[in-house]
Ligand binder design. Structure first.
Ligand SMILES: [Zn+2]
Ligand SMILES: [Zn+2]
Length: 451
């Protein structure tokens, strides 16, 4: 009995002793891997998170072994891994994965169907595939068929994402289309971590507790911070996959390196160039507004931006105005609030962020001044967006494509204005526009938009 429970908890994992809520029994099926190893030159390496940066190790007097132990600081938020800390896993038979019929009666758009077929193919063959789907294409549904096929062939599936919000959004959707299986949802503070499930939806951080677990790994928003810049998270994904497994990446905005690899035929990819509602993506306009910083510092609003905002306040159009950083929110917000009470702001550290987004959705707020924190994941019907200071380097090509991607998502208001207010066009602005135009052309050629 106890061995059954241990199997459920340990299968495909690498856990510290304190993460196992049972007595450990002696069993040939329970494996132990050391947490910290040293190479010939005496350099430490953390087996859990892949860290080998000497600066990210420290020494402490260990109560368990009585020695001075080296421990890893890089993954300390998941509990301390030190020299004498083994990571427990399971090397016996794995719990069985059984077929789970997909319960979903809607249909895929033509673009989604093409991508869905490719996903199935990649899963059957154990290959890697990038799904490059424009913002608003509907990328969750195109995974459904692939997941069904994977489960039917005894494959364990994981969907990993950099953001907790996405885990919370995906979990109920996948539970509803696969009602016959347990779907695990993992993020900081979630309590599903002791179950074994054929389908796991998780933040990438939580993958640090997995080891060679998954036959199919889907990484959503592969270009998003912090995954794109954090080697630990990339290691976690690699470590959590089985050696022979398939890998599906989803993104609306692949990095320049990946875009190049796609063009040169060095990366398997499929595009969904059109949204499910079959209307073209809004193409951003650029409006030069001179030295806007100086104008605002004098306590005035740049005239062209003011006009853009006034027209929309009159029409009752909800707006997001993106600025380069919090300092500009502080300066811009009081200027805007003097002539309309329906203006608010949000940024990463704002404790009322969720409430304000909700108020915006309910129409109580008409304009939110924001940092790039709202570049992804938010949908407001009828929204239009402006970027002030679009020349700032925080507005990368992908940030600008994501920002433009907030507009026209709703089937009832599938178009809308996107304006980049700037003091000199940048490469990123030009490339973002080019990427959007190219997707529209491709969509038209493939008959995926009506116009
Ligand atoms: Zn570590
Ligand atoms: Zn020790």
């Amino acid at each position: 009995m106890i061995l059954d429970s241990l199997r459920t908890i340990l299968a495909g994992k690498q856990l510290l002793r304190e993460e196992i809520p049972f007595e450990l029994v002696d069993s040939p099926f329970i494996s132990k891997r050391s947490g910290i190893e040293f190479d010939k030159k005496g350099r430490a390496h953390c087996n859990r998170c892949g860290n080998s940066d000497p600066e990210l190790f420290a020494v402490f007097p260990c109560a368990r072994c009585g020695k001075r132990d080296t421990y890893c600081r890089a993954c300390i938020m998941m509990g301390r891994v030190s020299e004498c800390t083994p990571q427990y896993g399971w090397i016996g038979d794995m719990p069985e994965i059984v077929a789970a019929p997909l319960k979903w009666s809607d249909s895929l758009s033509a673009g989604q169907q093409v991508a869905s077929d490719r996903v199935v193919e990649a899963i059957v063959r154990g290959e890697e595939l990038l799904v490059w789907a424009v913002c608003g294409a509907g990328k969750t549904e195109l995974l459904f068929k692939g997941i069904e096929v994977a489960l039917a062939t005894g494959k364990r599936v994981c969907i990993a994402t950099p953001r907790t919000d996405v885990v919370l959004e995906l979990t109920p959707r996948l539970k509803s289309v696969f009602p016959s299986i347990k779907v695990s949802s993992l993020y900081g503070g979630a309590d599903d971590r002791h179950q074994f499930s054929p389908l796991t939806i998780t933040t990438i951080h939580q993958l640090l507790r997995f080891y060679q677990a998954f036959d199919v790994m889907v990484v959503d928003e592969v270009d998003a911070f912090p995954y794109s810049v954090d080697p630990m998270l990339q290691f976690a994904v690699k470590n959590a996959r089985k050696e022979s497994s398939s890998m599906i990446y989803l993104t609306a905005t692949p990095s320049l390196k990946w875009q190049r690899e796609c063009r040169k035929g060095k990366r398997e990819f499929v595009t969904i160039p059109a949204r499910f509602h079959r209307r073209a993506l809004p193409v951003p306009e650029s409006v030069w507004c001179g030295n806007w910083e100086k104008v605002i510092n004098k306590g005035r609003l740049p005239a062209k931006l003011l006009k853009w905002i006034e027209q929309r306040l009159l029409a009752g159009t909800p707006m997001l105005v993106f600025v380069p950083n919090v300092a500009w929110i502080t300066k811009l917000l009081p200027l805007l609030q003097t002539f309309d009470g329906r203006v608010e702001s949000v940024h990463a550290e704002d404790p009322n962020r969720k409430e304000k987004v909700l108020k915006m959705r309910q129409g109580e707020i008409l304009l939110l001044v924001t940092t790039t924190i709202l570049e992804r994941g938010v949908t407001f019907p009828g929204l239009e967006v402006a970027v002030l200071g679009a020349e700032n380097r925080i507005f990368t090509e992908s940030a600008l494509v994501q920002i433009a991607g907030r507009v026209g998502r709703d089937i009832d208001s599938p178009t809308g204005n996107v304006t980049f207010f700037h003091n000199g066009k940048t490469e990123a602005m030009l490339k973002a526009r080019k990427q959007i135009v190219a997707m529209n052309i491709e969509a038209k050629e493939k008959g995926l938009i009506d116009e």
